[in-house]
Design a protein around this ligand. Sequence first.
Ligand SMILES: Nc1nc2[nH]cnc2c(=O)[nH]1
Length: 512
Amino acid sequence: MSSFSIIRGGRLLDAAGRTAPFKDILVKDGAILEVGEPGLAAPPEAEVVDASRHLMHPGLVNSHTHGSGALTRGYLDRWNLEMLLMAAPRRFGNQSAEIKYLNTYLGAVEMALKGCTVAYDLTFGVPVATTEELIAMGQAYRDAGIRAVMAPMLSDISFYRAIPGLVESLPAELQRLSVIDAADATDEVLRLMGEALAAWPHDRDHVKLGVAPTIPTHCSDALMRGSDRLVRDYDTVMQSHVGESKVQVLAAKEFWGKSMVAHIDELGLIGPHFSVAHGVWLDDDDMRRLADRGASVSHNAGSNMRLGAGIADSRRMLELGVNLGIGTDGATSSDNQNMYEAMRAAQQVSCVRQPDHRLWLSAPEVIAAATTGGARLTGFGHVGSIEPGKRADIVFLTLDHPNWMPVNDPSNQLVLVEDATAVRHVMVDGRFIVRDGRHLASDMAALAGKAEAARETIASLNQADMAVAERLEEAVTSFCRSLSAKPYSVERYAAFPCRCETPEAGFAATPA
Ligand SMILES: Nc1nc2[nH]cnc2c(=O)[nH]1
């Protein structure tokens, strides 16, 4: 028998219209049946949800994160992407199945409490995670109650080989420790990824498995092509970190004589199922290729600032027709999983990106990216807006909160004022997962205890690797600083808005 609920008395955000009129919402079996004026007719048996003194908006879509890093929030305040990539496996490796689940669950709970109902999670790759562990991490999202795309990060070229000249620049002993090439692993990685896709037991409308060749310079063409085949065979989505740092752009030019986007486009990988994470260093040609093929970019402004990676040109992406999503990135590089902060960061970096205020992202544009843009990017066409036919994934913000006193422009306030402290209830499929500010499935004290124990376990397991991690971080930093090829001076890259204005790039390292 069908179940009905009627949500009465709330104000519904109309972002584009910059208003929030009173609306009633009729929900049938978890889907929105009708949105209407106050007093909307409902079957007598419908459960009544009182939304008075609340503003309702669609659940936010976090279009890029790493559930694998939730336990690393607040770790190291001064590190860039290259240091992070160098250090992460040594500092945070060796995670048991229980800790992998806990990492993912913790991130999902945080997102739920902060108004996010969908995550695109680039998770532990294969073979680091087994099929069973991936399925268990999918269950973590089911247990926390939010939707997710989980895409294992795949690579068959180690980080050290992905920056030309880096390994050769290291002292012999570090060279030995650093070359963990997995060049022969291509077939094995693809086999394991295919096995996980074939075994995936979760309802794909809630938690589906995607594929994430992690960074194109870390993937052979064979791995990229094989990943693409899997995506098509299993009708799923693909995401890669592309053009996140200047060093990556330099490396791509060195490897292929072209940009990362041009390279993967020529491999035939770009389509509506494909999204770029970050895209800080894209030029017009890159953006046109993405737009022409219906692809998306997940804009992670907070993480890009945190790692000194630069400022993506979100305005140009929109002008050229790229679908834009908003992401927090993982806790290793953005600490919390707060989509309101990610939205605010996206709006505010657009203001420092260019002097013409007419080109800054507007609040409605940012909200569209964090909702409908994210829904398209994740391939979850059944969410992202509150309208008939969509699933009832709804966030209720209390208006009895300073953030909303008074209600001026609801769209501006959502992006520029809201910080998740007014999130009162969160609903997925018409059912509350957060009620009165509490995550219903979680005992927070117990969760804190598990997180603390996991922190100690991770630290003790990786103790022996710490000294090596520190030496490698120092070496990679020094190598990156020595890259002097103009106009790609690495020295400049954190401080300036960045686009690859000039095509002629070199990758010569000069003595520091
Ligand atoms: N910011 C960020 N970029 C990445 N690229 C590959 N892995 C990562 C990661 O964990 N964080």
